[in-house]
Write a new protein. Structure first.
Length: 559
């Protein structure tokens, strides 16, 4: 059994367990370091589950630290949304939220230390000139003409940068590393730039800000992080991460270890904050929380549960190799979760009137139905039944196709949970559209069975026209038509793959048992899918978002 458990460990868990075997008393401290420049998405959810999950599994702690080193793009709105998302996923961070800006003074002092060690210098080259001087992975870069300034001059210029003596973009502090290394990240990277922009926490105190690469490892070091878990694109940054630590770490101090894992790639989905922001600004979607967006607030509004997202993250696992997960698998996890806990109700999305001509006028019965066959504790509900009902338009055919087992002239079906009815006639309007189906019912079949033993092949759902609530339903589909949204003729305009039918809004009818429902309650609309209550709902009209269909395409694919 023990060997089986070892095989089930992901590669990061294997690393940690090996370390714990060698150092049984070692404390595990991870961190989640989002930049507050947008809303988190499902890819961040995987990282959250990994970082907090590792800390929980090994009795450690996970810090929440905002990488707020670029004030031009950051906002407290994003800070608050990120904290809400982490809480919604079911995790708690260690102590108070932390910020890279908490360490600006220390980072500045370490930058001065690098200058004093002759490991950093002030460069007057523009951003374009720096980029051009870097060369290529096979061609060495060219050293900056300012690289050999004296330590004293560099210290003086850096102090003047801090005190606002120079215009934005006119100077940078660069590390003095190696302009010939194949690793482009190690070719005299920029550590500080001049940027006059109001910071959401420090105000206008600073006009120079550290780059992410410089702030990241040092912030980990300050906080005593043991394992800095990053996505694969940061693998090439690791030598620089370690180089900075080499300059400040003393023997015996806890030194963080950077480990990279494959980020989440999902079919029919974009995971770029820049593109998600573009979708919002161009009004392609209604906002960051549009249920078609892969943002955590978007999928939450769509009706995905935190349990389903955590299950998804666990099942896709952690790998060292990039791959793409089928969107259908995410839907499978959502469906698997909702199937266990969502109450069943009957709703008619494309209504057609059905009149039972031999049913007593002004009579109403209560039909008892099970709320959830997967959960006995969910109990039962009573649904009103009357002479006039609404059924789905697709459940009646004037001329039925082969193997059609629903209503057509002369055919008998069972109404969900109750009587058999037989179609005796139908009514059309002047345009030839069917407006009403006429039926007779068998009063002896209320329990869904016939005393004479006859059986019917079809069962259809219904709602009482007199008692039904009118609702707004928002039918969501994938935002993109192609698995790879960037698969375009020019390779650039991803918007050509936007699905024009990703949202359809229709009015529908639903049984009155949902009256009083609240955000974010989820229901299974029988035969239609899972829906949740949207916060646009009012006392006058409930709004439901379609979460996921009943059909599990992932299981079908894997069969």
């Amino acid at each position: 059994m023990e060997s089986l458990e070892k095989k089930s460990l992901n590669f990061i868990e294997q690393i940690i367990e090996k370390e714990l075997s060698a150092n049984p008393g070692k404390n595990i401290i991870t961190r989640f370091p989002p930049e507050p420049n947008g809303y988190l998405h499902i890819g961040h959810a995987k990282s959250i589950c990994l970082n907090f999950g590792l800390a929980n599994k090994y009795g450690g702690k996970c810090n929440l630290r905002f990488d707020d080193t670029n004030p031009a793009k950051e906002d407290t709105e994003y800070v608050n949304s990120i904290m809400d998302d982490i809480k919604w996923l079911g995790f708690e961070w260690n102590g108070e939220p932390r910020y890279a800006s908490d360490y600006f003074e220390q980072l500045y002092n370490w930058a001065e230390l690098l200058i004093k060690k002759n490991k950093a210098y002030i460069c007057d080259m523009s951003a374009d000139e720096v980029a051009q001087s870097r060369g290529t992975p096979t061609i060495p870069g060219k050293e900056s003409p300012y690289r050999n300034r004296s330590i004293e001059e560099n210290l003086e210029l850096f102090s003047k940068m801090k005190n606002g003596a120079f215009p934005d973009g006119s100077k940078t502090l660069r590390a003095k590393t190696d302009m010939s290394t194949p690793n482009m990240q190690m070719r005299d990277p920029v550590l500080y730039r001049i940027l006059r922009s109001h910071h959401h926490r420090t105000g206008d105190k600073w006009c120079i800000y550290p780059m992410y690469d410089f702030a990241h490892g040092q912030s980990d070091f300050i906080e005593g992080i043991t394992h800095s878990i990053c996505t694969l694109e940061f693998e090439i940054h690791r030598p620089l991460y370690d180089w900075f630590l080499d300059q400040i770490c003393e023997e015996g101090q806890i030194r963080p270890r950077q480990i990279e894992f494959a980020r989440l790639n999902l079919t029919y989905t974009v995971m770029s904050k820049r593109i998600l922001l573009d979708l919002v600004k161009s009004k392609t979607v209604s906002g960051w929380d549009d249920p078609r967006m892969p943002t955590i607030c978007g999928i939450r509004r769509r009706g995905y549960s935190s349990e389903a997202v955590r299950s998804f993250a666990e099942k896709i696992g952690v790998s060292k190799t990039d791959s793409t997960v089928n969107f259908a698998f995410l839907e499978h996890c959502v469906r698997e979760d909702l199937n266990k806990k969502a109450k069943r109700v009957m709703a008619v999305l494309n209504p057609l009137k059905l009149t039972i001509i031999n049913y007593p006028e002004n009579q109403t019965e209560e039909i008892e139905l099970i709320n959830n066959p997967e959960d006995d504790s969910a109990g039962k509900r009573k649904v009103p039944f009357s002479k006039t009902l609404y059924i789905e338009r697709e459940d009646f055919a004037e001329v039925p196709p082969p193997k059609y087992h629903r209503l057509f002239p002369g055919n008998e079906v069972r109404l969900r949970g109750t009587y058999f009815v037989k179609c005796t006639d139908f009514i059309k309007d002047s345009s030839g559209n069917i407006t009403e189906v006429i039926c007779e019912y068998d009063p002896q079949t209320k329990t869904g069975y016939s005393p004479d033993g006859r059986k019917v092949k079809g069962t259809i759902h219904w709602v009482s026209a007199q008692h039904a609530l009118q609702i707004e339903t928002r039918l969501y589909d994938k935002l993109f038509l192609k698995e790879n949204p960037f698969d375009t003729e020019d390779g650039k305009d991803y918007k050509t793959n936007i699905n024009p039918d990703s949202l359809k809004v229709i009015n529908a009818y639903i049984e009155p048992t949902v009256s009083g429902c609240a955000v974010p309650e989820s229901y299974q609309f029988e035969r239609h899918g899972y829906f949740c209550v949207d916060y646009d709902s009012t006392p006058e009209k409930i709004v439901f978002n379609k979460t996921v269909s009943l059909k599990d395409s992932f299981n079908k694919i894997n069969k």
